[in-house]
Design a protein. Sequence first.
Length: 248
Amino acid sequence: VEIIVSEVKSPSSFFLQLASPSSVECLSMLSVELNEAMSSSKPPVSTFEVGCICAAKFMDDSWYRARVVEASSTGYLVYFVDFGNTDFVSCDRVALCPERFSQPAQAIECSLDGIKPLSGQWTPQSTALLKELVMDKIISAKVVSDSPSLSVDLVDTSSSADVNIAAELVAKGHAIQQLRCEKSRIDGPQVDTLTLPNDKFLDVLVSEVKSPSCIFLQLASKSSAECLSTLCVELNEAMSSSKPPVST
């Protein structure tokens, strides 16, 4: 598929947009209509929490859709969801985004497949070379894996000889090849999350605390305790009766 690389943080984190005529037109219309909407009425002063979608005015004085990454008394660090870049904007340059602008984010975060940094982490020179190879041109992309994140092959087909971007980073001494294990996918049992009823107090045991915003609990009823105890006993009996194969 043909794509445009809109932002590069490193070879392990860059953002692309689809380059099809329909996708390009969709993004263009979105930008035009958002700016018309924001200029036709004065945006109310609002306070935004981390994770909120808003409209943010970039340094070019145009409004774009953004997600709040950090908030402070002077402004917000925002991530522009249609382009992949981040920037700090003052409070007067952030406003509520009209609800009708709810289209999917146009920037997709990816990593280059099959390579890893030569020195353990990507250098500024590695990132600069990747920018030189992919920015301001249409690139051909192929998805190799979507787990745990989107991994792609990129090929520049604009010249007489195709240029594989990952291979070019290896050839220029910025990366080494990373072998992929070609193994069949191994699926374990499906484990669902326990659903609790709303507006009802239950007796529970707190089993893990990461923060006040992230705690883990177990139901404290007799039947739930017996279920967990039986599960642990039977699992350990099953694992001790046969040697588990080594799996990835």
